[in-house]
Write a new protein. Structure first.
Length: 423
């Protein structure tokens, strides 16, 4: 079949890498893609939220499946756009409906869903500009640190964790009345701080059945020791060593099952990934947030461990037959280290020539923010290239990734050298 992947990052390069290996795939296209996807697929210059241009391309190239990488098109309703169009409704879309995408599109909606289905999560309240003073009073009832979350999409940067009550009140004001995160922070969720170690769990569901993909841990802060500003992710490790059989059973029974059953009960059309951000508090898992797509850079560590044909899995999602699948996972650990542009996650320059990609050995290179100019690969984003390695132990896999990253070069290249420090 002909398949279209939407997106331009490391996640989409990883999808494309796996899809291109499938015997079920005839041609794979990526919109808009990057220099990495261009080497194994056909890039098309279409924006992920330009639904009319996507429709035109899908019809022209006889696309039978669309795999949606980022959250933007899902929150904007691409799945519904296909389902409601007579010419498109037979095309499989891997991604939830607009209603399902609200689990990521609105922190408040997600919290209400968690409470309705008695899924363990932090206590919270929501506030708007008109209730900012009530928000400040609510902060007074909590112990530090204080967690403030923009309700809407803020590219993974809309969460503030602050130690000082006065700073928390000032930032609440900034978010609600000064629109610190634009429309994303017209409403702010304040929640209790949960103390523990985080992990991500990934589920692929057809709306009735599901398969659980490998766990991963990503590293969001720019600085070593998890300091500095939040980024889109500086690297990932899969599986998470502390997620043993007992802990995974708790996640399955207390979180995954009630989530999938809750979606079905509420008649929410959901065929795609659920990325559950969790925290281990004592011996118990609690949900920090839902995302409605795969994570980035976790995808670069998770999917290389999935041995089952990805296109076959996606076909089962479309046909609601995931209960017929036993997913095969590589028992080895995968580690992904992300190289980023100097200055990221704040201002950074693009167009820096990247060298050394062809010297990487015994590891996989996934492009994130890159493009090809003439015969050269240049930087085209904050996060630039991810290097993924597999080994029997995550420490050995990390050594391999770091050894290979030393062969890469672009001006002001930066990466964290301490991944796995907390494991």
């Amino acid at each position: 079949m002909n398949i279209l992947v939407l997106g331009s990052g490391g996640r989409e390069h990883t999808f494309t890498y796996k899809i291109a290996q499938s015997n079920l795939c005839k041609n794979v296209f990526v919109a808009p893609g990057n220099a990495g996807t261009a080497a194994i697929a056909t890039n098309v210059a279409i924006a992920v939220t330009d639904f009319e241009a996507i429709k035109e391309f899908v019809l022209k190239e006889k696309i039978e499946m669309v795999v949606v990488g980022p959250e933007g098109p899902l929150v904007n309703g691409i799945t519904d756009f296909f389902a409601q169009d007579n010419e498109l409704k037979k095309v499989s879309v891997i991604g939830p409906s607009q209603e399902g995408a609200r689990l990521e599109g609105s922190k408040e909606y997600a919290k209400e869903f968690l409470y309705r289905h008695r899924i363990p999560t932090a206590a919270y309240q929501s506030f708007t500009a008109s209730t900012v003073n009530a928000g400040k009073q609510f902060l007074e009832t909590l112990n530090p640190p204080y967690v403030l979350k923009a309700d809407g999409l803020a590219a993974g940067k809309g969460v503030l964790i602050l130690e000082d009550i006065e700073e928390a009140k000032t930032e609440l004001e900034n978010m609600l009345t000064n629109k610190k995160f634009g429309v994303a922070s017209e409403k702010v969720v304040i929640e209790e701080f949960l103390d523990g170690i985080e992990l991500s769990v990934f589920v692929l569901t057809d709306g009735k059945n599901y398969v659980t993909l490998p766990t991963a841990k990503d590293y969001k802060r720019i600085g070593e020791g998890d300091t500095g500003l939040n980024t889109g992710g500086m690297g990932a490790i899969s599986p998470v060593p502390f997620a043993d059989v007992d802990f995974m059973n708790k996640i399955e029974t207390q979180i995954i099952q009630p989530t999938v059953e809750g979606l079905a009960k509420e008649k929410i059309d959901y065929k795609g990934f659920i990325f559950i951000g969790l925290i281990k508090v004592g011996d118990d898992p609690k949900v920090i947030e839902y995302n409605v797509r795969m994570g980035d850079p976790e995808t670069e560590a998770v999917l290389p461990r999935v041995k089952t044909d990805l296109v076959a899995l996606f076909n089962h999602v479309s046909n609601q037959t995931l209960d017929q699948v036993t997913i095969e996972i590589d028992p080895r650990s995968a580690t992904t280290v992300m190289t980023v542009s100097g200055g990221y996650p704040e201002a950074y320059e693009k167009g820096k020539v990247i060298t050394g990609i062809d010297q990487i050995e015994d590891a996989i290179v996934f492009h994130a923010g890159t493009k090809r100019v003439d015969s050269k690969v240049v930087t085209n984003g904050g996060r630039v290239i991810a290097v993924t390695s597999l080994d029997n132990d995550f420490r050995e896999a990390l050594k391999k990734s770091y050894r290979n990253i030393e062969k890469l070069h672009f001006d002001k290249m930066y990466y964290r050298k301490d991944l796995g420090f907390d494991l």
